[in-house]
Design a protein around this ligand. Sequence first.
Ligand code: SF4
Length: 446
Amino acid sequence: MALTGVEIFKLLPKTNCKKCGFPTCLAFAMKLAQRQASIDLCPDVSEEVKQKLGEASAPPVRPITFGVGDKAVKMGEETVLFRHDKKFVNPCAFALEIKDTLSEADINSKIEEVLNSEVERVGQKLRIDAIALTNDSNDIGKFETSAKVVAEKAPAVPVIVCADNPQATEAAVKLFADKKPVIYGANSENADAMANIAKTYKAILGVTANGLDELSNLTEKIKSLGVTDMVIDSGARKAKDMLRDNTLIRRAAVKKNFKPLGYPVITFAQRDDSLYEALIGAIGVAKYSSIIVLSSIERWKNLALFTLRQNLYTDPQVPMQVEQKIYKIGEPMSDSPLLITTNFSLTYFIVSGEVENSKVPSYLAVMDCEGLSVLTAWAAGKFTAAKIAQFIKESGIENDINHRELVIPGYVAILSGSIEDKLEGWKVTVGPREANGIPAFLRSRA
Ligand code: SF4
């Protein structure tokens, strides 16, 4: 069970030396109880206390890394039910199901889809993270052959080996032994054998059950067999049951520190109707899945799920921002246009993308507005005529261009006169309100 702040305080040295960065031992104890600090910050606690507190203050959802290398996926470590309470920590992984009943050519083309799924959005690379190879054929040889194709063609992609037959599991998982795969399919009947395989091949064990009671008994049993890295599945497949069970699992882990359910959740979202599948996937993204298995990965579906995931897994307390500076887009010359915007990441990436689309080499002045978008920054008094004028003067752009024209976003047209007053010798031109108007705007002037 979790310790309260006062219980933790009793174990601390009580010298109020401040070496942990907190003004008193009590303040530090309170932060530990909220799991917002690590016991390692106090240099004066004994190893024994450290171990006791380490266990009590461990994240309620076990941290587990799935896969190895650049494409490894971190899971768990979550501490809240709602993103606005603090933040969601590790974005869920999307996995494409590949059935071993497919022909080798079809398996290859599915692997290609996964390998080509990467897109870049607001500076982050987003992709389908994993492959879920399923033993639909119930044929051990076929499963092993399919696993060989996956291991050979996608050696860096994390893999989930899905089979409830321990022999089939072992035949496939040995091909991914050094790659921290998930083996999914441990249940009440095969738990001992599957736990042994997980231990032998250092795999994460995917545990499935009929409901949460059976699931928590099973994870306790498997833990007692020496397997600590698990992903869990309550067995629910209907949307409302999945949502209910995922919520109960997270609530039990976070609010009660109930260790038998303190593991990342795997969700099977496969549906015949792809739009329906995307919606089930979206429920998983929003409500606590760490791995979501999909049957198909059309580009539209990926973009929708990636965007949702990215939005939910950004820290609400830290605006995403880019560095204040004059960015060169294309190879601008001294007569190239100069545009200005704010340093909210999304704004920057959308505006710079549209300037790039225009094929008109340009300078883009990106002003530090603490990560706010144009209208918000203007309303907050951070994107004002005086500040814009000062930024332009101090940026040194006057040495690079032979004109004195600044294009401002259409939403702040109201600033044009006052910027001209403050930036002597400059002409301010009002650009489009929306970024998608930029290409036509720039081309019409080129
Ligand atoms: S470093 Fe340890 S002893 Fe010092 S104030 Fe923090 S908790 Fe107390």
